[in-house]
Design a protein. Structure first.
Length: 85
């Protein structure tokens, strides 16, 4: 799947950050974009945890491949560590 520059820009501009709430103990810092959620948080005894949730039910149809998957590329310090088309 190839996103147009315009579509990618629109999705990025609509992204929002959800911070951990003091009163809601189960919440974690989260970035929502294009109907997906990416959590990045510190866990006692583990360190930095990054969790990607693609099953929110809110992903627009044009972002889902014909096979029902969502292309993902994860990088650490600019190097690909995971790629799925």
């Amino acid at each position: 799947m190839r996103l147009s520059k315009r579509r990618a820009t629109t999705l990025n501009r609509r992204a929002r950050f959800l911070h951990q709430h003091r009163k809601q103990r189960g919440t974690l810092p989260c970035l929502e974009t294009g109907g997906t959620q990416v959590y990045a948080y510190w866990s006692c005894g583990e360190g930095l945890v990054v969790s990607v949730h693609l099953d929110t039910g809110e992903v627009p149809a044009d972002l889902i491949s014909p096979g029902g998957t969502i292309p993902v590329r994860i990088t650490v310090n600019g190097r690909d560590v995971f790629v799925a088309d």
